[in-house]
Every structure is written in structure tokens, then in C-alpha cells.
Write a protein that binds this ligand. Sequence first.
Ligand code: HGY
Ligand code: MN
Ligand code: MN
Length: 417
Amino acid sequence: MIKQEELRINIDRLVGSLRQLGDIGALAGGGVCRLALTDEDKAGRDLLSTWMRELDLDIKTDELGNMVGIRKGRQSVPPVLIGSHLDTVGTGGLYDGSLGVLAGLEIMRILDEFQIATERPLAIANFTNEEGVRFTPDMMGSLAFSGIVAASEMLSAKTVDGSGKTVGEELTRIGYAGAIPCGTFEVDSFLELHIEQGPLLEEEGVDIGAVSMVQGIYWTEYQFTGSSNHAGTTPLHLRRDAGLVAAATATFVRQLALKMGGDQVGTVGLIELFPNLINVMAERARIIVDLRNTDAQALAQAQQLLEAEIELLAAAEKIAFEKTELVRFPPVQFDREIVAVIEKVSEDLGYSHKKMPSGAGHDAQMLAPICPTAMIFVPSVGGISHNIEEFTKRSDIEKGANVLLQAALRLLNRPLD
Ligand code: HGY
Ligand code: MN
Ligand code: MN
């Protein structure tokens, strides 16, 4: 009988599952698009359900479509949960989210293969709409799973593109509107393996990130209204150009981050102009501003400075505007003991490791309020993500999944309180 500390994942099988999942929503030029609650997301969910059934997992789906597969433990106590998300951004890669779910599945496969019984049950989760690009907020499923927000509020969320479809309608359409109320699933502890999506681990030649916290995230939508007019005949002083204010705001966001320094970052990733024509001044402009910082006070201050600037820009161009707060997530600290387990396991496996914050939002930040939680990062080649070039080396996937396996075993078998 193999000793549990000698168990290692089967990297061929894990990479095979990543590739098979990656065929779903594959983009012609490479990369993947499985926007939340689309047919492609459904197909990914169906594949995961098949794999979960092959392992005889007890599959539970809650009212927001969060999927959990449970493997029995000797004790009937809350499970150790491993999870992430199968939805992607529109120009996604093979690894963002998928790695965390499929590495959990691989651990289930290994435990079955070596007939390993664990004290606590082990469960794996696929959380609905982590990316937040089709429906806001991001981390929507895990937010409701943890009971932080009411599922009903999330079910009525409408698509960002204005098509008017709601989360509830799309969940029903793809057959993943579960019966289990959100906020009722008890979890012992939570682990998430994820690609770093930034350059630090690769730059420093470190194998594993023991993630200590997730930075705060603010998403705010601004609708600017001016007046359309001829781009050639209208004198400058008579222009009320909504596109100008949108563009000036995007420029200000970068200047603000540079001026504030520290961990302040920001971008305007979504800009829509109407009528969006070469020789017509925009009557309307819609932008969504993404501000982030590890420091809650600094982030709030950045938002205040942004709003003061928008007031000035709009007044100067005689533009009206409306503001909608889409996301206000504070920074989240992970559980010190679990971070220490990740560091110790990395040490025991002979992998270099470093404690680090997460620049991206993750489902783990929504589990942290309800159970001891931490994350494991593996390097992203070139620090690239949310891009079809996203790539993580097979050897790094193997190391990350082995750390996840061994950390999970420690949590699964630690003495019951
Ligand atoms: O926005 C984020 O950081 C995550 O990818 N949803
Ligand atoms: Mn992700
Ligand atoms: Mn992402």
C-alpha cells in the first residue's frame, strides 16, 4: 500500500482532461470562449458531470448552478472542498479556472486508483460565472454559494451586453438551475489551484505561489450623454462629445495608478460609443472602470479621485452622466494555517515557493468568509492570461497539482475537532 505522502498525480491524464475540456468553445485561432451560461458553458458542465458520475460522486447543483461532486469520507462531516470555474472570458485560455476544477478531479481519480480512504469527505466544485464578463459581478456563483449575497439578486442579473437575458433564464435554458438553496452547503476548508496570470513566479523562477490574499476590486459603470453632431462642421466650443469624456477617463485611470503608486492598478476594458461612426461625435458613451489595490483605504481613495475627475471632465464638456456600482469587493486575507500547509508541502516536495498576493479575483475570496481557505499559484508563461496565448508548462501544472494533492490530504486527515 503506497504511503499517502508518496502519492502523485497522473500528469498525462490531467493534461488530457484539460485538452479535452479545451476543445469545448475552442476558438479558430487558438484559445477558448465559454462565456457563463452559454451553450459552450453547458457543454463544459456536461463533460464535468460525466467525469463526476464516472467517479460515483454525489453531485449537487444549487440554485445558481454551482456544481459540487462529493467523495465519501470515513466521517460524515463537512468536506474539504477543491474548486474553481469552467467559464472563461471571450478570449480565454486552457487553464484559467479549468486547472483548478480538473486538478481536483484528478485527485479524486488518484484516491480511487490507490483505494485511499480519507477521514473527511473530499468535494470538487465548479462555480458559476466566475469571470463576470457576460453577467456582473464576477465570482457571482461563489458569492451566492457562500451566502454573502442572496441568490435571487444574482438570478435577476442581466447580461452586460444589454440583450436583456437574466442569469435565471439562462440557467434554466442550459438545464443547470439546481434545487439546493445557496448558502446552505457546509465546507470544512477550501483550496484553489490557479494560474498566477501575472509575471512574478516566472520572473523569479519560483515553482509555487502560496497565495496569502486577494486584492480589492471595484467595477463601476458610467453612462455619459452628450449630443451627436457633425465631426467637421461643429466648432470645438459647441461640442458635447461623450466619446471625449470616455477616453479622457480611461487615460486618467492609468495616470491615477501611476501617481498613487503602491499596488494601485486600473483599466477601462469596456468602452461603447453611440452611434460609433467615424464622422459623428458620440452622443452616448458607456464605460466600465476596473480599479484594484491590496489596500482597502487606497482603493477607496482611488475611487473618490476618479469620481472627482469625472465630474470635472463632464462639466467641461457639458456632459450628463449616470454611475452604477457593479462590484465593491474588499481585499481578502487567506487562512494563515492553510497558507503554511501549502508552503510546508511545497518544501517537502522539493518545490521552490513564495508567499504572494493575488492580482486577480478568485472564487476562493468568496469562500474565505465561511471556511479556512487558501490558494496555490503556478507560473503563467510571459505572465499572460485573459488572452488566447495563456500557457502554463506541463511540469508546472504537475507541481501545482501535487501540492494541491498533498495539501488536501493533510486537511482531509487532520484530527477532527
Ligand atoms: O476579474 C478577475 O480578476 C477574475 O478573472 N474574474
Ligand atoms: Mn480564474
Ligand atoms: Mn479569469
